[in-house]
Design a protein around this ligand. Structure first.
Ligand code: BTN
Length: 331
């Protein structure tokens, strides 16, 4: 969904975070002050936090770096290498995963189709959870890739992409982040990002994968009210600001690099990196599946992406991701 052009213009002007008087905005946009006021109200309804000061005007509570194709291209090596075949920037969509899935139903998408949105109205997380997705405050992106090697090899795809996201963060100077099996991105035990891979059979031998990635970038308290677990955003973990476009471009690069080779290599080349990013290695954990819980000590992942769990009886058991979730087993 595209925002009305006037609202987009308002966002563009307000995004650097400086004060604007209603009169100046009305003059620059060639509309009445009432119209500006009405549109500012609509922005508030979309979750924008506006700060008005008598005599100074209105500004955003904090500056917002909007997604920008040329900024993304500036920081993206793979887009110059041709692995990025199509890049779509959306204002608002239900979910970037759903957007690509619907597009693929209309016209067969090509590998390396990527879409990003400023906001999702029905962002999805794993296990049917929702993903809080306010405008301009985080990264919401999805990738499309088609595979011919059978379904079983795709079990490790989301883990390989988790490594890609962590490597991008590392290259940007972030420290202290890691992975929680299967593919949560954590920083000091709090959720910094997540990955949702959705796979569909297209023919007997072909599967399409949509890899959705969400990274908390600079989320206001208000927007985050719906999050029911400890979370953190990049603005609070990294000294010195990383550009939102730069972050998105680096993640796009790293993920495309994984996707390009995954058909031939599978998860194997990423296993040791995954294990080095593993936040729970050696920790007592429990695996929850519906009403049942299995306990053990987390020992990293297998070459096919199963969690290796050392059970109290001394046996090493492989747990596949499916519908299970992992928790620290603390009294
Ligand atoms: C999780 O940790 O539960 C996975 C979260 C995945 C969120 C991203 S945001 C972009 C893409 N679109 C969605 O609706 N979900 C994924």
């Amino acid at each position: 969904m595209e925002l009305p052009s006037l609202q987009k213009e308002l966002i563009k002007r307000l995004s650097p975070g400086q004060f604007f008087s209603g009169q100046k905005l009305a003059h620059e946009l060639g509309v009445s002050r009432t119209s500006v006021w009405n549109h500012l109200k609509s922005l508030e309804q979309l979750g924008f936090k506006l700060h008005a000061v008598k005599g100074k005007g209105t500004r955003l509570e904090k500056p917002m770096e909007l997604l920008d194709k040329s900024e993304l291209a500036l920081h993206s090596y793979q887009s110059r290498q041709g692995a990025l075949s199509q890049l779509t920037l959306l204002d608002i969509c239900t979910s970037t995963n759903d957007y690509l899935s619907q597009k693929n139903k209309q016209t067969r998408l090509v590998n390396g189709t990527v879409c990003l949105a400023e906001m999702q109205t029905a962002g999805k997380g794993r296990l049917g959870r929702s993903w809080v997705s306010p405008y301009g405050q985080n990264i919401y992106m999805s990738f499309f890739w088609r595979f011919k090697n059978g379904l079983s090899t795709l079990a490790g795809l989301s883990l390989a992409c988790g490594v890609a996201v962590c490597s991008a963060l590392q290259e940007l100077g972030v420290k202290g982040h890691g992975l929680k099996w299967p593919n949560d991105i954590l920083w000091q035990g709090k959720k910094l990002g997540g990955i949702l891979v959705e796979i569909q059979g297209e023919s007997q031998s072909e599967y399409s994968a949509i890899i959705g990635i969400g990274i908390n970038y600079d989320m206001g308290e208000k927007a985050s009210e719906g999050i029911d677990q400890p979370w953190v955003d990049l603005a609070n973990v990294k000294e010195g600001r990383v550009g939102r476009n730069k972050l998105a471009a680096m993640v796009i690069d790293k993920v495309l690099r994984v996707l390009k080779d995954y058909e031939s290599t599978g998860l194997l080349p990423h296993v040791s990196d995954w294990n080095s990013f593993d936040c729970y290695h050696g920790e007592k954990v429990k695996i929850l599946s519906g009403k049942t819980a299995i306990q053990g000590v987390a020992k990293g992942i297998s070459s096919t992406g199963e969690l290796l769990l050392l059970r109290p009886n001394g046996q090493l058991e492989g747990i596949s991701s499916g519908e299970v979730s992992l928790r620290l087993d603390k009294p």
